[in-house]
Design a protein around this ligand. Structure first.
Ligand SMILES: Cc1cc2nc3c(=O)[nH]c(=O)nc-3n(C[C@H](O)[C@H](O)[C@H](O)COP(=O)(O)OP(=O)(O)OC[C@H]3O[C@@H](n4cnc5c(N)ncnc54)[C@H](O)[C@@H]3O)c2cc1C
Length: 383
């Protein structure tokens, strides 16, 4: 029986507590893809969250996705990032896939039997992922693609990849197509792992597509509509999703630091806890304010996106930057409060601090988002 989004929120809470949080540190140390977590999330129906009801999914949207990812990231950020990229890929397939593609894939995604992801970034354009330098070639037999994708979450682990590229004979840098490419397609190869500072379990690696044959039926949207799909479908899911993951990480940092300052007591001062020191209270207040204001902004962004508010795009741009900065600020203060215990590996704060760095670097980076936001505020064209 298909589970409702409400059932999935309950399932997520249970799995976050009993499975994801339990293995987060060993996944990080072993730099292991969280396969068991993904299987259990699949069995529970959570990987089908944004699959439409008619294909057996929960038919949920951005608000539920945000709530679920935040809780997942509080427990295991690597798992949350894998799931976020899967939700983004699924949203594109559901919104722009051909009827044949949707019928062949969405029921499997809803059953938790198919993991997907996005393969957008290319070395030639870095964080400017919306300007790939690869281009589809048309020959007598069909469509071929050679591309170097620089960082792909779940590389080699996902069953399919939403790949961006310039359309054949593109007239400009944003004249794009998106194609779904299956793992194992001839010419598809995964490079050496990225070995990132944080999110060590998300199997980030470069991918090489060498003269890969593309199928028209697997193009996501009409020819040349890739950029529009990125802006209308990918951007809201991805930006809100990264913001939610950042808030989950920040919450974990806040909770670990709070527990530490309450528990850590000085014998020399008659058993006084760190929590009794005004400067510690001040830092805790700053962390709480970062979290609460970023969460309020995330809620407002989700509301505006849902209401088709003309200002929504400004918030979609801003919300990832704000939440990424909140995660950095909270995690850094948590390290200060955690002292030597946080600097070591046992308490988990050091891992959370490293995980908190990823969102600022993920494209669009915080600086690039602020450039966009500044242009939008000043009426300067974005591209
Ligand atoms: C954990 C993680 C997971 C990822 N997963 C995926 C994935 O699943 N799929 C995918 O496609 N990609 C993924 N990426 C890649 C990501 O989205 C970026 O493309 C990548 O991090 C950019 O790296 P770069 O070194 O090429 O950036 P560069 O483009 O070289 O940028 C380097 C620095 O220059 C700054 N900069 C560049 N242009 C400007 C400007 N105009 N104004 C101000 N500053 C500027 C940037 O802000 C950045 O700080 C992932 C990255 C990470 C860290």
């Amino acid at each position: 029986m298909t589970k409702s989004a409400q059932d999935l929120l309950v399932e997520n809470e249970k799995l976050a507590k009993e499975l994801l949080a339990v293995h987060a540190d060993d996944i990080d140390r072993a730099r292991r893809f969280p396969r068991q977590n993904i299987q259990e999330l699949g069995r529970s129906g959570l990987l089908g969250l944004d699959v439409p009801l008619e294909y057996g999914g929960a038919g949920a949207g951005i608000p539920e996705m945000s709530e679920i990812l935040e809780r997942m990231a509080e427990a295991c950020p690597s798992t949350a990032m894998v799931v976020l990229m899967h939700y983004c890929g699924t949203a594109v397939i559901a919104a722009r896939g051909s009827a044949t593609l949707k019928q062949s894939l969405l029921p499997a995604i809803a059953r938790g039997e198919h993991l997907t992801t996005l393969a957008f970034s290319e070395a030639g354009s870095g964080g400017h992922f919306y300007i790939p330098v690869s281009e589809v070639r048309r020959n007598g037999h069909g469509l071929r693609l050679t591309a170097r994708k620089s960082f792909v979450t779940s590389a080699g682990e996902a069953d399919s990849y939403v790949v961006s590229t310039r359309k054949a004979g593109a007239s400009g840098p944003t004249d794009l197509d998106l194609y779904l490419v299956a793992k194992g397609t001839q010419g598809f190869a995964v490079g050496k792992p990225f070995e990132g500072l944080g999110l060590a379990g998300n199997a980030s690696a470069p991918m090489k597509l060498e003269d890969v044959e593309l199928e028209e039926v697997k193009r996501l949207g009409s020819e040349g509509s890739g950029f529009e799909t990125m802006m209308e479908v990918v951007l809201p899911h991805f930006q809100v999703g990264v913001a939610a993951v950042s808030l989950g990480i920040a919450t974990a940092a806040f909770q670990a630091a709070s527990a530490h300052v309450v528990a850590r007591k000085y014998e020399h001062a008659g058993g006084t806890a760190l929590a009794a020191i005004p400067r510690v209270q001040f830092l805790a207040a700053e962390m709480a304010l970062e979290l609460r204001s970023a969460r309020a902004y995330l809620g407002e962004t989700i509301r505006r996106v849902g209401a088709d508010d003309p200002e929504a795009m400004l918030d979609v741009l801003g919300v990832k930057a704000r939440a990424a900065e909140a995660a950095l600020a909270v995690a850094s203060r948590a390290m200060t409060l955690g002292g030597g215990a946080a600097f070591g590996r046992r308490g988990g704060l050091e891992r959370i601090f490293r995980d908190a760095q990823a969102a600022s670097v993920m494209a669009p980076t915080t600086d690039v988002l602020k450039e966009f936001l500044g242009k939008a505020c000043l009426g300067v064209p974005l591209f």
